[in-house]
Write a protein that binds this ligand. Structure first.
Ligand SMILES: NC(=O)c1ccc[n+]([C@@H]2O[C@H](COP(=O)([O-])OP(=O)(O)OC[C@H]3O[C@@H](n4cnc5c(N)ncnc54)[C@H](O)[C@@H]3O)[C@@H](O)[C@H]2O)c1
Length: 299
């Protein structure tokens, strides 16, 4: 199978690329390297540097590679950036997705779109299901939801094209963690806590997350890539093992022997993100790696 992976130099995209190559697929990685890195791309994949916002870059890359499947992961990610770079987040996440859909239509390719539990905003009713409403707080308070609302609009654009006959599947990874996760100031929680000294817990630390081992998510993504008759379906790729951010900090502090301090709450942080998994019956997927097993592999 010929697979185009946008954002394939990043955390999830590079793991996905490894898995696709491992089973014999032909893979082209399309990434602007704004957050990903070339060292993360297996050299059996062809790398094309480009910007998913530019139609000309899509044209160039697809001029000699007609994909059977497009995995569209390229997006601006990293919690702090959602408020600080809201304009860029909207531009890349929405216009990149419009271009991905246009190319998928042109080549009648299957598209896997990467949404997020943040597409539900600050919805407090759990678990998050395909019938949950998205709830966004007023825009003047902060712009954190540039990201979640861009993912919501991405899902909306996908469903629009499904109505027009395109084969689109939507994956919502729930706080994936594992090797290569970004741990700098604009990074994601597990890797940040693995690197920071002292470990900073934002707010009171009672917010929970359903942290999901990257290997489990990749298993689900391969099923989504292959299985027929999933068009228009969205899947929560998340663990149901919830952990408070304070408890996570304590576990990682015990592993590393470093102190914990409390910092400012993150704007618009959701209290919980628990996935409903009933939609996953059709792909027979659930996470099998416990947090304890996952963290042990990161030491
Ligand atoms: N990691 C998670 O837990 C998680 C959870 C929910 C959703 N997602 C979604 O999964 C996808 C991958 O996430 P990730 O954690 O691997 O993030 P990441 O930041 O590691 O990867 C994103 C990649 O996209 C690239 N990129 C950014 N802007 C681009 C542009 N304009 N043109 C081309 N490439 C560009 C970056 O260089 C990077 O390599 C994203 O769409 C993200 O929103 C991730």
């Amino acid at each position: 199978m010929r697979v185009l992976v946008t954002g394939g130099a990043g955390f999830l995209g590079s793991h996905l690329t490894d898995a696709l190559l491992g089973r014999g697929d032909e893979v082209v990685v399309f990434d602007d390297l704004s957050r990903g890195s070339v060292e993360q791309i297996d050299n059996r994949a062809k790398f094309e540097q480009g910007d998913v916002r530019l139609e000309s870059d899509w044209e160039r890359i697809c001029s000699d590679f007609v994909p059977d499947v497009i995995h569209h992961l390229a997006a601006v990610n990293g919690t702090r950036r959602f408020h600080n770079e809201a304009d860029l987040v909207v531009d890349v996440n929405i216009n990149g997705t419009r271009n991905a859909l246009a190319m998928a239509k042109r080549f009648a390719a299957r598209l896997v779109f990467y949404s997020s539990p943040e597409s539900f905003g600050e919805q407090e009713s759990m678990p998050l299901s395909n019938d949950s409403n998205s709830l966004f707080t007023p825009a003047h308070l902060h712009q954190r939801h540039s990201y979640g609302s861009s993912k919501h609009i991405g899902e909306l654009l996908c469903q629009f094209e499904v109505r027009n006959g395109l084969d689109v599947r939507i994956a919502r990874p729930f706080n994936a963690y594992g090797p290569r996760l970004h741990g700098n100031a604009d990074g994601q929680v597990v890797a940040m806590m693995m690197q920071a000294n002292p470990i900073v817990v934002h707010g009171n630390g009672q917010q929970t997350r359903s942290l999901t081992w990257v290997g489990d998510i990749i298993d689900g993504l391969l099923i989504l890539t292959d299985k027929d008759e999933l068009n228009g379906q969205a899947f929560n790729l998340g663990s149901t093992e919830e952990v408070t951010m304070l408890e996570l900090a304590q576990r990682i502090s015990n592993l590393r022997g470093v102190e914990i301090v409390f910092g400012e709450p993150n704007l618009g942080d959701s209290k919980r993100r628990l996935p409903d998994l009933s939609m996953n019956e059709s792909i027979s997927w659930k996470a099998t790696t416990t947090l304890q097993e996952g963290l042990a592999q990161l030491r």
